[in-house]
Design a protein around this ligand. Sequence first.
Ligand SMILES: [Zn+2]
Length: 415
Amino acid sequence: MKCLITNIAQLINTRTSVKLLRGKDLAELPIIDDAFLALENGIIKDFGRMDQISNIKDDLYANFDIVDAQRATILPTWCDSHTHLVFAASREDEFVDKIKGLTYAEIAAKGGGILNSAKKIANTTEEELFELGKNRLNALMQLGTGAIEIKSGYGLDTENELKMLRVIKKLKAYSPIPIKASFLGAHTYPIAFKDNHEGYIQLIINEMLPAIANEQLADYIDVFCEEGFFSVEETERICNAGKQYGLIPKIHANQLHASGGVELGVKLGALSVDHLETMDDAAIQALSGSETIGTLLPTAAFFLRMPFQPARQLIDANAALAIASDFNPGSSPSGNMNFVVSISCIQMKMLPAEAINAASINGAYAMGVGDELGSITVGKKANLIFTKPIPSINYLPYAFGSNLIDKVMINGVFI
Ligand SMILES: [Zn+2]
């Protein structure tokens, strides 16, 4: 299938060569005004200014179907590199309890928190979880998400962690967008191992990981590295065990405490360290110039009423930043990347160009799809957002909460 998209008001993030963006490079967002975009079999074949095709390349596109963009702005779809999209039930009762002033400990005592999600996963079948996941995935694609990472971590025993990962594997087979799976058995300690942390770590390393590797269910290994959860030493052991099976670390770090998770991630060669609400100088320095991507999850900070991540300090320190939704029922019950881009500008003072790059090209690198998605580049997949008429690209994060997406194209086909 050959298609020539004409009459594009602005074509965003056009790049002839691509690399992970860090520091001041994040603020460079290449744009072509009055553009065309040529696709072949769902892949970007060419792009440029409209006046180039009328004068030079007419014959080249004689047998292409013409799609008139009608002055839409077109940008690459979002690459959401951190989600917990597979879950059994929402947790709005806890949301109301928090508004009423209940503490985390009080909510946990009522059966809330991650263990609440774990109990519900245990009582939900693989088929039901797949249906729920499929519906959420389709809704997010309509909101412009064109690649997504999904974690396990609500199973917390071998049977249910495998169940979650098999659901993600089925979603991979079903989905037209790339999906990456992270094994997050080390999300918290299940009740059965409340007083036997070592026993649970042994279970992860000796039982869960071999079974997951055997069925090839995961791409990455993730750990909630946090005081009261998994220490730096425990995180290192679990990540190294995962690496034995070829799973690259992508870890939850520095959400509640500056506990050394970021430094550990860099030392382990993690693809990304995610959250970063609580950063000290050592953690910021560790990401300075590092290949490990700092993935900021501002909607989690927003929902939990926490201080936002220090994006500006990280950019000044020459870190490579991505932003992601952390979509999960407890602390970020929205996977809307448009809002993630907006809040990154509003609350973390990222420039629109920086937030858009962090949500697309760097998000792609943070889930291992940097060579196939995240920019308008020849050879990449045609996963594209067509906007409603907007005065400039800066309007996108500015008009937060407005759905400015007109259409979404995945692999060259409108969905
Ligand atoms: Zn998370």
